[in-house]
Design a protein around this ligand. Sequence first.
Ligand SMILES: [Zn+2]
Length: 141
Amino acid sequence: MRKARCSFEDCNSAIIDVNVDDVILLPSSVLRDAKLMQLSKKPSETQQTNEFLLVNDVWDFDNIGVSKEVPEGFTNEENMREVQFEHGGSFWRMDKCLKYLICSDCDKGPIGFGCSLSNQAQRGAQNKVVYLLSLESVKYV
Ligand SMILES: [Zn+2]
């Protein structure tokens, strides 16, 4: 299994094992609008989508830091309406972003965020909080 690590050579902290079944594609606007760290040069301007790892439980991380709240501007309904994805046989919509994720050792980031999701198939019936780690923002080997 491949592992996501902090991209900074001096740090290289292990963040999480990447299970490919939990990798989802989100519109590049998510990476850009949430102002997540990008390693390659402006990938969001040339790519339509970016890979994120969906993590159900914060304890699944080897190491992770939780930082400040994601600004309201990004989490308003206008931006979020388009952000839907399939995972585990259901379609999920991002309802609200919560807090940024950062490297727990060197505080570099943000490399992702926590967010609340709702299940489109059973609207109102199923909500959960997950963590979305941007694979553009970490070293992934
Ligand atoms: Zn680090």
